[in-house]
Design a protein around this ligand. Sequence first.
Ligand code: C5P
Length: 232
Amino acid sequence: MGKDVIVACDFAGEKETLEFLSMFTGRKPFVKIGMELYYSVGPSIVEKIKNRGHKIFLDLKLHDIPNTVKKSMAVLSKLDVDMTNLHAAGGSAMMKAALEGLTKPDGSRPILIAVTQLTSTDADALKNELLINTPMAETVMRYAENAKNSGLDGVVCSPLEAGAVHGRCGEKFLTVTPGVRFADGDIGDQKRVMTPAQAKIEGSDFIVVGRPITAANDPVEAYERCVKEFVG
Ligand code: C5P
């Protein structure tokens, strides 16, 4: 599996998204479609972007009982996405059911990755709201291991955690990492960031980059710069 840059298309509607993607006349970026865009436009947005030649990471973070997740994943699999995800907090039975649902009759399936703990959950919320007394770093690693043992392909994590996840779960276990900024760029609301070049050194397999590309004066140039730094 080669390294790649995934562009987070965090737009509210179809028009803005397709206008943005129309700028990419050469290399077609791997695109992340999140909840906002998917729920506002519906499944047709996946087909439209796919038909333009992009790979798709459908970031819907499923979390429900195993049977519901299995059936929902079967529906997403028919959309022919390349990567999708769920919450590891749903447990191993749910993750295994998700894989069953995603697998097509020919045995192929999209890449399935797990969210460990959301970065919006801090140590205080982990302990006092979720009543998890294990430290955050260990919780993240254990959730990653659960995902691996359930047969998933990787996790979403900070580039700062990519090396540790590979150390615990193996080099082939994918790390998909947001929180990426250019050395000379705004960090915005992200707290712990890395440049594409640093993420490469840490061993990230995919970087997820939103505003440094979507809000750039020249998004295509910003995307190509990311690819050059991260993929080489
Ligand atoms: O614009 P920016 O580069 O910050 O976008 C990062 C993308 O990655 C957004 O779609 C955001 O929701 C997602 N993400 C994140 N941090 C996580 C998980 C997902 O920034 N822990």
